[in-house]
Design a protein around this ligand. Sequence first.
Ligand SMILES: [Zn+2]
Length: 383
Amino acid sequence: MNEPPLTDSPQARRYNRISRRLGLADLGIGLGLMLMLLLTDWTRVIRDFSYRLAGGENFVLALLIYVFVLAVIGKLLGFGLDYYSFRLEHEYQLSNQRWRGWMWDQFKAFWVGFGMSVLLAELLYFVIRKAPQAWWIVAWIAFMVLYVIFAQIAPVILFPIFYKYQTLNNDELRERLTRLSEKAGTQVRGVYEWMLSEKSKKANAALMGLGATRRIVLSDTLLASYSDDEIEAVLAHELGHHYHRHIVKSFAVQAMITFIGFWALKIVLRWSVINHNWFISQYDFANLPLVILLTTMLSVVLMPVLNAYSRWNEREADRYAWNSIPSVEPFISAMNKLAEQNLAEREPSRWVEILFHSHPPIAKRIADAREWQSRHPQPGSAS
Ligand SMILES: [Zn+2]
């Protein structure tokens, strides 16, 4: 097997640098918009407009209109960047999606995002109104319940809005997965083929869902060009996430962070009403930009910590995979293929890894696999 180059091509570096800058610009636009709404008092103008449109008294309807206006402004401001991302994928031959299909996805994403935002906002302000003291604890519990529901319905309701997928139609692979699962004493309910090729040339695999909806999905772009041994290595990695209960553990981490978030939110909202006379009450939804600003900033600050946690889980899933397949070679060749196909940076700089990467860099994953193999010589391995 010929070894691919160890360093990244200028093309891969450039693509990833631009992608990161797009992400940061998008974040900047979001934060800037919230800041502007607060500083210019336009948030109160939009709130009053929403009440007028809702007939004066209807809190629920007025809030819905307010969230809609914010969502539209956000979409309009961010559309240029979204379009640029779409063009970028084409420029680097990573996508063959047509403009019309992309617009349709944008349209659907807007409504799904709006629907979820309205649900969360209505729930939050309902709880603040009903429990002015303990709202942040009640809201935290309610949000966690919703989180579980979303995780459960995501593969069967949300995912199919954007992608087609079907039960994997490959007996050989299904049999290999069954064998892997039995070895682990665990069971994943299904493996699905994810029709990604109509939107992207990249390959991907994931473990998703909760309980009855738990499943592994493999993109058709992966199934089309990887050997059965390589796909088995990818399956084993996903099964590693399942075996080590990474979804449940991530939920616990998420619950902790959300708790801190609501606690900080309580302090800021009270301050904005009592000491600052900024808003009429805690449930004056003109303070929503403040809520978004605070929660976004908190998640940005925590991003490196969450990424480090995620990389830890990925390494655990990798080790699980090496242990359960006859040789690490297919794992290594799958990693190389993925890097090439997705134009991933094999060796990002250390700070890029710390700030942005949820997975260890591919060069490290490969080096770790080789190191692991040197300590666990496998009978089936060629090297
Ligand atoms: Zn993984």
